[in-house]
Ligand binder design. Structure first.
Ligand code: ADP
Ligand code: ADP
Ligand code: MG
Length: 490
């Protein structure tokens, strides 16, 4: 197998920067793509070479397969790393890339296809001793079938789009009447949003934890798991804060989940880094949700506790190398927490926010890692995902990691857009989070948005004191922001 010398990163933002860093460390030449609005972004100037692929909308730039593959050819790339989001889980893209002679840093197109659809994933893993959420493991054709199955499974239940993702395409029905109302809407919405109207029913697990297992496998059939990540702090069924390890797992349960995750990988001959997501109920039982066939947003917490660089592992595997270590050699040390710093207004139901980053100061110090792809003065636009950075904290214990993250949030100054920083502080100070007594409903059960607003205001006032002697232009912008906030209070 040929070795990767020139890597095209088919992505933007923090994950493109993240991949560029490791590739450089490995002596690989890095090639970026960018859209018109991203021309001054770090992922563009940090790469050895960068190519414009189109206008701001993803469909005419980062999602345009042909343009991306054309750049790969023109730039003489020998491999393509898709990151997450965009084309990363598009099996046709993986297929085309390989057909045109590029190494695709990820699993085969077949594995992506199987796991990209929730029903075909369930079908693949079920003979491999992977526990499934009780439900229908086939598409439900009509309302009559839905009612019969609903009676069998019991309420509440979830109607899920087989092709859904990113927390979209899910509905909860509490009784037959709701099921009848929601079913046709779910089918229509699935067809419209995902181009596939297949929906299925799943028992709604009450008060669950979302626990996922990171796996790695090489092209020689060796598999290991890198323990779990607890991603139960979510809004809109989407993660905001993740940690590793989970306080919930005993070594025995960890081993059992690890084994189930590896089996899920084996069911599709998986090669590379992948994540098997489980839902964990109050009785301690766990069920397969889906497999993500790519690098995950929250992969850094796993890097912190294992000491491995997952992008390096992906690139080594893509080069045909052996993993070179076995399960018992995978370390587990300390505790790590990640907060996704989204440009979102927590006081307004986490609505995406846009604007110019008038002040952007990163925290520093032991155990503090920031993965971002933006800079002070840059615009957070409507065109892409509102995640602007990831604050990743590592400590010897969970308590130390929590204290450290609170300190880092206080040191982090972002003015110009609303962010989830203060929300993060709210979670970290909450007695139930501290006790490890929380589930995926934490946000709706405990979060009162006006409390966050007050906190943000206090923090900004303090931050401004420390900046008041310099950068008057920024201060002016900040004052505008403050008065905007003040007017909301009065
Ligand atoms: P993770 O499981 O890694 O936490 P997320 O659900 O947060 O993944 O999604 C990761 C990225 O992929 C985000 O940028 C998100 O916007 C994008 N994404 C995930 N699913 C979809 C989808 N169905 N359609 C569009 N974008 C998606
Ligand atoms: P996506 O592809 O959008 O990531 P998932 O199936 O991974 O979809 O589910 C996302 C989140 O939705 C989970 O982390 C969990 O919070 C919630 N969820 C999904 N299925 C169930 C279920 N059967 N019962 C309770 N909550 C669920
Ligand atoms: Mg998921």
């Amino acid at each position: 197998m040929s070795k990767i010398n020139r890597l095209l990163i088919a992505n933007r933002g923090e994950i493109a920067v993240r991949i560029i860093r490791t590739a450089k460390e490995m002596g690989i030449t890095t090639i970026s793509i960018y859209s018109e609005v991203d021309k001054n972004s770090p992922h563009v100037y940090l790469a050895d070479e960068s190519y414009l692929v189109g206008d701001a909308p993803s469909s005419s730039s980062y999602l345009d397969m042909e343009k991306v593959l054309e750049v790969a050819k023109v730039s003489k790339a020998d491999a393509i790393h898709p990151g997450y989001g965009f084309l990363s889980e598009n099996s046709l893209f993986a297929k085309k890339a390989v057909k045109r002679g590029f190494i695709f840093v990820g699993p085969t197109a077949e594995a992506i296809e199987i796991m990209g659809d929730k029903l075909s994933a369930k079908k693949a893993v079920s003979p491999f001793n992977v526990p499934l959420v009780p439900g229908t493991n086939h598409p439900v054709k009509d309302i009559e079938e839905a009612k019969t199955e609903g009676d069998r499974i019991g309420f509440p239940l979830m109607i899920k789009a087989s092709a859904g993702g990113g927390g979209k395409g899910m509905r909860i029905a509490n009784n037959n009447k709701e099921l009848e109302e929601m079913f046709p809407r779910a089918v229509n919405e699935a067809l419209k949003s995902f181009g596939n109207g297949d929906v299925f029913l799943e028992k709604y697990i009450m008060s669950p934890r979302h626990i996922e297992i990171q796996i790695l496998s090489d092209s020689h059939g060796n598999f290991v798991h890198l323990h779990e990540r607890d991603c139960s702090i979510q809004r809109r069924h989407q993660k905001v804060m993740e940690e590793a390890p989970s306080g919930l797992l005993t070594p025995e349960v960890r081993a059992a989940m690890g084994k189930a995750a590896i089996n899920a990988g084996k069911s599709c001959d998986y090669v590379g880094a992948g994540t098997v997501e489980f839902i964990f109920d109050t009785s301690g039982a766990f069920y397969f949700l889906e497999m993500n066939t790519r690098l995950q947003v929250e992969h850094p917490v796993t890097e912190c506790i294992t000491g491995l660089d997952l992008v390096r592992e992906q690139l080594r595997i893509a080069n045909g190398e052996h993993l070179g270590y076995s399960q018992h050699e995978v370390g587990l040390r300390g505790h790590a927490i990640e907060l996704r710093v989204y440009a979102e207004d927590c006081a307004n139901d986490f609505a995406p926010d846009t604007g110019t980053l008038a002040i952007y100061k990163r925290p520093q110090g032991p155990g503090v890692r920031i993965d971002d792809g933006i800079e002070e003065g840059m615009e957070v636009s409507i065109h892409y995902d509102p995640m602007i950075a990831k604050l990743i904290i590592m400590g010897e214990t969970r308590e130390i990691a929590i204290q450290r993250m609170i300190r880092a949030i206080e040191d982090y100054v972002i003015v110009g857009v609303e962010t989830t920083l203060e929300f993060g502080k709210f979670v970290l100070n909450h007695p139930q989070f501290l006790d490890g007594d929380f589930n995926t409903h934490f946000v709706e059960n405990h979060f009162r948005s006006n409390e966050a607003r007050k906190g943000e205001y206090d923090q900004l006032t303090i931050s401004l004191h420390s900046f008041s002697s310099k950068e008057s232009k920024y201060i002016k912008d900040s004052k505008k922001t403050i008065s905007k906030w003040r007017s909301r209070f009065n």
